[in-house]
Ligand binder design. Sequence first.
Ligand code: A2P
Length: 331
Amino acid sequence: MTTQDTPIKQTATGDPVLPELRVNLVRPTDPVIGRVVTNELCTKGGRKASGFVRHVAIDVSGTPLEAGFVTGQSFGVLPPGEDDKGRPHKLRLYSIASPTRGEDGQGKVLATSVKRVLDEHWENQTLFRGVCSNYLCDAQVGDEIRVTGPSGKRFVLPADPSAHDYVFFATGTGIAPFRGMIIDLLESGVNSKVTLVMGVPYSTDLLYDDDLRALEAKHENFRYVTAISREPQADTPKKLYVQDRITNDPLGDGAGSLPASLACERTLIYVCGLAGMELGIFRGIYEALGRDGAAPLITVDDEIAGDPSSWNRRMINRQIKTSKRVFLEVY
Ligand code: A2P
């Protein structure tokens, strides 16, 4: 997981102020024991699901992690056992999917969204099982897990959430931090507009779909837009990536639509998921708003300004720069 932590250009207006956060309350050299309290599928599954994603909740009460994290931060898991060189497995980081109040309302239980990693060793065509993802997905209620953290100070909500509107772009398990952030925002009672654009291969892969639809029905200021990449959508026969929703918004470019939200100087943009999606989103914003309209979010050097199709990931932070209103966490 790579977090954008290089200094970024300030915009004239609308810059968020981030809260001061505590990190590393529990270090990898001295992990604490959490206990699994829930382990359930958070996709609908079905014949066309592209993978298994589980919502794993861990009780960290009585440890420094209790009420010691905010949504958007990560925690560490130390899987048991050794790698093929006989060294203890390294720490893996997982995004906290819970709101800041935790799953239980008191910060005692934190959760994450874990996708099983299954692949093939290319050298000998045997099954490769992702070490920590399968360890967590296999865990039974009551099992003990060695945990650390929290980590991360930048991919979080601003100190004054009411000062901004929000567009969240997620692919797959990139939804994890946004589940918590959206619950934090909606429960805080702010009037901010909150839009989630969620991308998955098949509609049966949508994570927390029923919960998100229920939140949308309950909160007028929350909009949930899906982008299914291998099936037609309910509103259009096209197959879409999240960035394609900028020009395929059922609301067009009217009030509350993605183009209108992206153009608003109150709006913060958060992107989480597959590496590569950020470039598509930058292109989508640039093409929808034009170079000047996009400038409060992304600025692009002259030599590549005329041809967004030529952009690549190496240009990010060099020829393509994001403002403080853009938050990236891609992996
Ligand atoms: P696809 O795999 O059909 O190309 P998951 O993590 O569950 O596999 O979901 C990731 C989603 O992100 C899929 O719908 C995937 O589409 C989509 N995706 C893949 N590459 C990109 C990209 N460059 N930009 C945006 N979405 C992407």
